[in-house]
Ligand binder design. Structure first.
Ligand code: PHE
Ligand code: NA
Length: 447
């Protein structure tokens, strides 16, 4: 049995930054706009915000609590707490389920983060200067059709990630987040300022914030629920791993609310900027995964020193996805370490396996584009959908059940660190809102 960890994040702020680093990433800037576009706008946005409040936040607290109370890898924390509660040791498999989920997510996350590397290089080279929107769109398609270039970037990104993971979730992360988050905000604000000058701005705001509830189908609800889990990094035991290093005296609800607020606002700012371009250029909001890569170069091309801003933007996006992917790798690496591998070996093993599975996503835009796995989806479509929209909610559900029904009350109360009343409110919400709501959404779409 592995011993309790003595490592702690340096301060309360450091913990919030670490979790924000895991939360803010492709989910906000890449996935949120395109999935909102595919699901019709405001009604989807409303559902997603509701799910963040009713599911994402309470389950995030549940997940971090387990890590904080166990102070071990997710698998061992679950086992330890299950033993203390007199429950079945099989709960530890929940940690492995989370590991598989984030493993699959990381395999496409790395590929798409590689797209940002490509775009960083291209913008620094000035490739977008003087390009028309049509040329920018065609350039993206040409890039997708080139598996070699995509593989190169995927490889580079994974090396970047796994080298940090191999060294241990260092305090270097803290410095990186400290620098990146304010800059990312600033740049998004500049973009929104520019968006306000375009003629698509009004349409974008109406489209994002004036919901048409007749557009809501069970599938739209399911997409919104999955995205709430994905964007907050909840449901895969990845935040559980970070909870193990949480300092002793810090209110968990307060930290979780801060993270969720930061996460949602980044998505909203990115959404406003991107949809203003969409509507002023007559681009289809349901354009799909390329949405951000086509709209942002167009927007920046119109700004003074646009090339510089664009380069900086992709650099910040890369830092944001880097801190997320480090978190994505953590549960698997911690799990393998727990069964006796050295940290470096575990990181290398996970890295190679993720790289191989990622190749299936790379080729999903060329030779494997028409190879359909389930329900007409090619590999990229499958791996960006099922782990996010099915595995994360199922994982989150089990995490919530464990924290609110299985974990001994006094241990849970201490791990939440919000007083007896705070604990009672949290537990009531999880037991009677989050758990039933997740079940209802899962069953109504699956049946
Ligand atoms: N929250 C991250 C994002 O929005 C993705 C993520 C999911 C990270 C699950 C960790 C665990 O990009
Ligand atoms: Na996010």
């Amino acid at each position: 049995m592995m011993h309790e960890t003595l490592e702690r994040w340096g301060s309360q702020r450091a913990f919030i930054l670490a979790v924000t680093g895991a939360a803010v990433g492709l989910g906000n800037i890449w996935r949120f706009p395109y999935i909102t576009g595919e699901n019709g706008g405001a009604a989807f946005l409303l559902l997603y915000v509701a799910f963040v409040a009713l599911l994402g936040l309470p389950v995030m607290m549940a997940e971090i609590m387990i890590g904080r109370a166990g102070r071990r890898s997710p698998m061992q924390s679950l086992l330890q707490l299950a033993n203390q509660a007199g429950a079945t040791p099989h709960w530890r498999w929940l940690g492995w389920f989370g590991g598989v989920t984030v493993f699959l997510i990381l395999s496409f996350y790395s590929v798409v983060s590689g797209w940002s590397i490509e775009y960083l290089v291209e913008s620094v080279n000035g490739d977008f200067v003087g390009s028309t929107p049509a040329e920018i769109g065609a350039g993206f398609d040409a890039f997708l059709a080139d598996p070699l270039r995509m593989t190169f970037n995927h490889t580079l990104f994974l090396l970047l990630t796994m080298s940090v993971v191999a060294a241990g979730v260092a305090n270097g992360l803290e410095k990186l987040n400290n620098l990146m988050m304010p800059l990312l905000y600033l740049l998004l604000l500049v973009l929104v300022g520019y968006a306000a000058t375009t003629d698509g701005f009004g349409t974008a705001l109406a489209w994002l914030f004036r919901p048409d509830l007749s557009a809501v189908t069970p599938l739209v609800v399911m997409h919104a629920m999955g995205h709430a889990f994905f964007t907050l990094a909840v449901g895969a035991c990845a935040l559980m791993a970070y909870g193990a290093y949480m300092p002793d005296h810090q209110s968990l609800p307060r930290a979780a609310v801060a993270v969720a607020a930061l996460d949602v606002t980044v998505a909203l700012l990115a959404g406003i900027a991107i949809f203003s371009v969409v509507f002023s250029q007559g681009i289809d909001p349901g354009e799909g995964p390329g949405l951000m890569f086509v709209t942002l170069p167009i927007a920046f091309a119109e700004l003074p020193w646009g090339q510089l801003w664009l380069g900086l933007f992709f650099l910040l996006l890369l830092m944001a996805t880097w801190t997320s992917s480090i978190n994505l790798a953590e549960p698997m690496v911690a799990g393998l370490q727990g069964v006796g591998l050295k940290r470096g070996q575990a990181a290398a093993l996970v890295g190679v396996a993720v790289w191989l599975v990622g190749l299936l996503s790379v080729f999903s835009f060329s030779s494997l584009a028409e190879v359909h796995w389930i329900a007409g989806m090619n590999f990229f479509e499958l791996v960006t959908t099922v782990p996010t929209e099915l595995f994360l909610p199922v994982g989150g559900l089990l995490i919530a059940i464990f924290a609110a029904w299985v974990m001994p009350r006094d241990i849970a109360l201490r791990a939440l660190d919000a007083g007896p009343t705070g604990y009672r409110v949290w537990r009531t919400v999880v037991r009677y809102v989050s758990i039933p709501l997740t079940l209802v959404v899962l069953f109504s779409t699956l049946i």
